[in-house]
Design a protein around this ligand. Structure first.
Ligand SMILES: Cc1cc2nc3c(=O)[nH]c(=O)nc-3n(C[C@H](O)[C@H](O)[C@H](O)COP(=O)(O)OP(=O)(O)OC[C@H]3O[C@@H](n4cnc5c(N)ncnc54)[C@H](O)[C@@H]3O)c2cc1C
Length: 399
């Protein structure tokens, strides 16, 4: 009987409304890639987005240059409750695949840091290429999804404009940071409707607010060593009016937050440097010696009673060196700043009940997730867009 009623309902929709093979919510990096893969398989696809234009975050990415992949894509560069979830997707779609795709679209790239690829001619060319690949899909912009139900083996998607019917549904609604680009938490709501858990969301790849350094250092940028948890890396850090930013800090904030330890001179043994200077330039002020390696305002912080270096005991020089090498920001004092300006979020749809091979929900057949809406955040350097391309492609191949 139920089958007969389903049959009548399908007949009714066939007469009155198009049933899409696949509806995709979100025309960002993951949604557009999914649309390209699904239309490649001759599926009828509708892609819905609440914004005026598709791929707004891609357009803003990499300061307008779009850092679209990284040759060092690897499970260790992803974070969440189960980062291993990305393994299958990033093996299936690897950085070379993305570079081949770029080549196919005549997109040339520059390598800013080793292996970190940016579009040479800007993000707009990447956006143009992903829209072109998805062009066989029907686009519905300025269309916000408000409600989704699964009835009679079909998804019924209600928007502010019209209702869509689909056999498969891909949720590619992204993260909720950077609201100026128009974002929503609808992906989390729909995941909950179908029984998925949401890992609490917080800003990541962002600046931190801290009073640990004086405000007059704002604007200074330098290469520092960062230790967080078991990881160490060197990158540039920026002093700001409210705290610290720059790539080194952004990278720290995407990791599990523990105390952040900053080495202001990671490439110099400061004690040996000061000891040498004590022998060769004893009449120079210690701040002046340090300013050979550090901006003077910063150097002065470490020697308040700025004497000639010869007047310092070795133990005092040792203390200055140790302080420069290891400034600790206790995790309780770290305020992530903020969802408004964070490049991504940590948290999102828990991946426990999602297949890493197909991106399909294990709780609701026909429902797929891709991109940042999932509890997966990548490191700074092109890892987030790589995840969006890879997971979007796989969802589109299987929906
Ligand atoms: C300023 C900035 C710079 C960045 N730079 C880089 C970079 O250089 N390299 C890198 O790898 N990553 C970068 N990122 C991160 C990267 O852009 C994102 O991780 C990636 O775009 C996520 O792709 P997505 O498709 O999952 O989501 P998004 O691109 O965010 O797309 C989600 C889409 O879903 C739509 N949507 C949401 N809810 C609804 C709804 N209810 N109804 C209809 N539509 C809805 C939204 O309008 C949006 O268009 C940057 C992020 C920002 C903010």
């Amino acid at each position: 009987m139920a089958n007969f009623i389903d049959f009548l309902i399908i007949l009714f929709y066939n007469h009155n409304m198009k049933i899409y093979d696949v509806v995709i919510i979100g025309a960002g990096a993951a949604g557009l890639t999914a649309a390209a893969a699904a239309t490649e398989r001759n599926k009828s696809v509708a892609i819905i987005d609440m914004g005026k234009t598709p791929a707004r975050k891609v357009m803003a990415s990499g300061g307008g240059r779009c850092n679209f992949t990284n040759i060092n894509v690897n499970v260790n560069r992803y974070f969440g409750n189960n980062p291993d979830f990305v393994r299958s997707a990033i093996t299936r779609i690897n950085p070379q695949d993305i570079l081949n795709w770029a080549k196919k679209h005549n997109i040339t790239w520059v390598e800013k840091n080793p292996g970190q690829y940016f579009s040479e001619t800007g993000a707009a060319d990447i956006v143009k290429a992903i829209i072109k690949d998805a062009s066989k899909a029907d686009f519905f912009l300025e269309t916000q999804v408000l409600d989704t139900k699964f009835q009679s083996n079909l998804f019924h998607i209600t928007t502010n404009n019209k209702t869509f019917i689909a056999r498969s549904l891909i949720i590619a609604t992204g993260g909720i940071s950077f609201p100026a680009l128009t974002v929503s938490d609808y992906g989390y709501q729909i995941a909950k409707i179908f029984g998925h858990k949401i890992i609490p969301v917080r800003p990541a790849l962002c600046a931190i607010a801290t009073q640990i350094f004086p405000k007059n250092l704002a604007g200074i940028s330098l290469k520092v060593g960062i230790s967080i948890g078991h990881e160490k890396f060197i990158d540039s850090m920026l002093f700001t009016h409210f705290g610290l930013g720059g790539p080194a800090i952004y990278r720290a904030t995407v990791r599990d937050i523990t105390d952040i330890r900053i080495n202001l001179m990671p490439e110099v043994n400061v004690y040996d440097f000061l000891k040498d200077a004590k022998t060769t330039s004893g009449k120079k002020k210690v701040s002046s010696i340090l300013s050979e390696k550090l901006p003077i305002k910063l150097a002065k912080l470490f020697c308040p009673d700025d004497k000639n270096i010869a007047d310092y005991k070795d133990a005092e020089l040792r203390h200055i060196a140790d302080t420069i090498h290891d400034i600790i920001i206790p995790y309780q004092k770290i305020k992530l700043f903020s969802l408004k300006s964070a490049e991504v979020v940590r948290g999102g749809v828990d991946v426990t009940y999602i297949s890493s091979k197909t991106m399909e929900s294990k709780l609701q057949p026909g429902l797929f997730f891709a991109g940042e809406v999932l509890d997966i955040a990548g490191d700074l350097g092109g890892f987030n867009l790589h995840w969006a391309w890879a997971s979007g492609h796989i969802a589109g191949e299987n929906a």
